[in-house]
Design a protein. Structure first.
Lengths: 290, 483
């Protein structure tokens, strides 16, 4: 970064576009894993699948399940998430701290390795969704969860917007605690219940009594992941007005409680003016390719 | 002078009774929960709308006068301490709940609404607002946003930042920024996430949208007595390692338990350490969790185990814990509360260090902490009638903080940096780290008018090097009980 700044070159991170392309493919170490604290620190180039495998040896997991096998850095930079976002939050809810490198070569840390921390600005959150334009994410401290012992899934067929909204409201107002509630629109509502064996089975039973539908295996989620991966655009809607949104949306993977959905066609998004002001201060030299 | 022109400008925009300039009245705004630091502001503006806030901030911007936003003033790090020759913008009159959307599970409020009022707005529907700082009866959502407030249940449910989905923010130049809304995960850098917890240094929130969640089907509380904090700490680690996530885990040491029993007679057993564990969720999951937690406690030497069988019993178990601070006030004329965080696995080592410090300084420390997330509140007991003891206590409090940072923890888990710990930031962050954070501040507050002198060390505040810990006797009466 320092050289690029000095020589007036432009830098792109993990993709084409700059005079210099920086890859994190060699930043792949798991620097720290404290099972007793449910935290880990990982370099940004590690693939999600590899991290999950390492954490799985201690029956722990990062509750982030975007499709494909992105690097941790990509998960942050692109704000990637999957079905478990419903219960565990997006990547920004799981980041405890970051090490970043700015366009002029400055290396900085924010946050820490502890779950509870309100010291200073949470730059880790700021870098979530920043798409390489504020700086490079080099390492991330993450909050982990125990890996659930069991998982059961339910699907409820629906192709009617009003019916879909009713089903979702019934589920969300009940005492069910699903890890995921997604609508493969049009077609079916999918719910995931995780926990102890007994508890997951009980949740499934309760859900079936409440919503009808039939039990599914993990394959249903694979199909959803493929549809989400194939989607080229993201849109947002008021989660209380699902039916209205569905009525004008021919096809989508819908994260119903979060109010966002993945649609086939690309949708352009520009950063709000405040974000541009921040970017100008983080990269005054315009080193990082937009 | 700048302040006079600000006043003149605002006399045109606001009603006379929204402007406070009588010295006696101004003094009621001179400090927050950290009562040692007092600065009388030049003017207090009682804002009643976003437009009022904008008018005040714009006037300050034109005249380069500083402003400090203030909610209920219950903060414990001096974040709302005014700046001399600056103004205070009070948000307490902006206390309307603007919208309750049950289907979307969102509530939109003005910043002066109290934390508990948000829950009250949705309680009839079986929903609640999860972040529960102990001052929740009086503290405001605006303040919660500034501090990224947590509470006893944040281990499982997260902090304010995990619950705010939208903000209308008056930026330090007076412009209004609208971020987020009811939908989650907007595109672009997470500005919402970085504004929450920015301690009033990046502007003033005037409308806040939060998500509310379902009350769990079942909540139960377990009480376990151990011979030592080490044993209790082992039990906590084992509970977490087994994959159980209690909604709260609180620990009190021997001194604390004794004080509490004297004060409120909650019926606590004698113990070297007492654990309170809250488990919530679907009935069957909780049943299984209770069995598992009891087994773990026994395996780690619990001398006594009790399980609350009713809401009344639950309240009784918690009564002692909630009375902890007040109880210490009975066995010691004065005490300092420290707020530090350590990785859970390092708790035993830090507690040993605190015992060492007790011997070194001859002062006792009562410990109460959110054991699940490693957030400690050591209470350093002293007698301010004895010359030098107050200084000893504050010195000890600082050493405890250093021990937390050395163990890989943080300067603050809940109370914020504010004025109180700004000079200690270099313990945690390098110059490059702080300079990078300052880039954010510069981009949003280039003139440095929004709550200046807070969070970041300055030569004026700290001297050329991080200075000795400053006086902060704890207000005992307070506006609410404190954890």
């Amino acid at each position: 970064m320092r050289r690029a700044t000095a020589e007036g070159l432009r830098v792109s991170i993990e993709r084409e576009g700059g005079d210099v392309v920086i890859s994190t493919s060699r930043l792949t170490r798991l620097l720290e894993h404290e099972p007793g604290d449910l935290t880990c620190i990982v370099e940004a180039g590690m693939r999600l699948s590899e991290l999950q495998e390492r954490l799985g040896r201690h029956d722990q997991a990062l509750m982030l399940d975007p499709p494909g096998d992105p690097t941790i850095g990509a998960c942050l930079a692109a704000g990637l998430s999957g079905p478990r976002r419903h219960r565990y939050g997006a990547v920004r809810d799981l980041v405890l701290g970051v090490t970043i490198v700015l366009g002029d070569g400055t290396v900085a840390h924010s946050g820490g390795r502890v779950v509870k921390n309100v010291a200073g600005y949470d730059l880790g959150k700021l870098f979530c969704g920043s798409r390489g334009r504020l700086g490079l994410i080099a390492a991330v401290a993450l909050r982990l969860h125990p890996r659930p012992a069991a998982a059961r899934s339910l699907s409820v067929a629906t192709a009617d917007a009003g019916e879909a909204q009713q089903l979702v409201q019934r589920a969300l107002r009940s005492q069910l605690v699903p890890s995921a509630v997604d609508l493969l629109w049009p077609g079916r509502l999918l719910l995931l219940f995780e926990g102890g064996e007994r508890a997951a089975a009980a949740q499934l039973q309760t859900a079936q009594a409440l919503l009808a539908g039939r039990e599914e295996d993990a394959g249903a989620w694979d199909e959803l992941a493929e549809r989400q991966a194939a989607a080229r655009g993201r849109v947002w809607f008021d989660p209380g007005r699902l039916a209205e949104f569905l009525a004008e949306t021919p096809e989508a993977v819908v994260r119903v409680a979060a109010g966002n959905a993945y649609v086939p066609n690309p949708v352009e998004h520009i950063w709000p003016p405040l974000a541009e002001r921040v970017r100008a201060e983080f990269d005054p030299g315009g080193v990082l390719v937009a | 002078m700048g302040l006079d022109r600000v006043l003149h400008e605002l006399e045109g925009a606001l009603r006379p009774e929204q402007l406070i300039r009588e010295p006696a009245e101004l003094r009621t705004y001179e400090c927050d929960g950290l009562t040692a630091h007092r600065v009388v502001p030049g003017l207090v503006v009682l804002a009643e709308s976003t437009a009022d806030v904008q008018a005040a901030v714009r006037a300050c911007n034109v005249e380069s006068v500083s402003f400090v936003a203030r909610g209920a003033g219950t903060g414990l790090s001096g974040g709302a301490v005014p700046v001399a020759d600056g103004i205070v913008i009070s948000l307490t009159r902006m206390k309307r709940v603007l919208e309750v959307d049950i289907d979307a599970q969102r509530v939109t409020v003005q910043p002066g609404v109290t934390n508990l009022e948000v829950t009250a707005a949705v309680a009839a529907e079986g929903l609640y607002y999860a972040p529960d700082p102990s001052s929740q009866q009086v503290c405001t959502i605006g303040g919660n946003v500034a501090e990224n407030a947590g509470g006893a249940h944040c281990l499982k449910y997260g902090f304010t930042a995990n619950h705010v989905t939208g903000l209308k923010m008056v930026l330090p130049d007076g412009e209004l920024a609208e971020l987020g809304g009811k939908a989650l995960d907007p595109d672009g850098p997470d500005l919402l996430g970085v504004l929450v917890g920015s301690e009033g240094t990046l502007g003033i929130a005037t409308e806040i949208t939060v998500r509310v969640i379902r009350r769990p089907e079942v909540v139960t509380t377990l009480l376990a007595a151990f011979d030592s904090t080490d044993a209790a700490g082992e039990a906590v680690s084992a509970i977490i390692a087994q994959g159980i996530l209690p909604s709260a885990i609180e620990m009190m040491d021997r001194l604390m338990v004794e004080a509490v029993e004297q004060a409120v007679h909650a019926g606590y057993p004698q113990a070297g350490a007492l654990l309170l564990v809250d488990l919530d969720g679907p009935a069957i999951q909780v049943e299984d969790d209770v069995v598992a937690v009891e087994e773990i406690c026994r395996a780690n030497g619990a001398s006594e185990l009790r399980s609350a069988r009713s809401d009344a019993e639950r309240a009784l178990f918690w009564k002692g814990r909630k009375a902890a601070f007040a109880a210490m006030g009975r066995i010691s004329p004065s005490y300092y509360v420290q707020d530090g965080v350590v990785p859970r696995t390092k708790l035993p080592a830090v507690l040993r260090r605190i015992r060492e410090l007790e011997h070194e300084h001859g002062l006792r420390v009562g410990n109460v902490f959110h054991a699940g997330d490693g957030n400690l509140h050591p209470l350093v007991l002293y007698d301010d009638a004895v010359p030098g003891q107050a200084e000893q206590a504050q010195h000890m409090a600082k050493k405890i903080l250093e021990a937390c940072v050395d163990a890989g923890g943080s300067l603050t888990g809940e109370h914020g940096i504010g004025l109180d710990k700004a000079c200690e930031m270099p313990l945690l962050f390098s110059e490059a780290d702080l300079a990078t954070m300052q880039r954010l501040r510069r981009s949003i507050d280039p003139k440095g008018l929004s709550n200046p002198g807070k969070v970041f060390p300055t030569p004026r505040l700290c001297g050329e090097v991080p200075g000795p810990y400053r006086m902060h006797p704890l207000e005992k009466a307070g506006l609410a009980q404190r954890f």
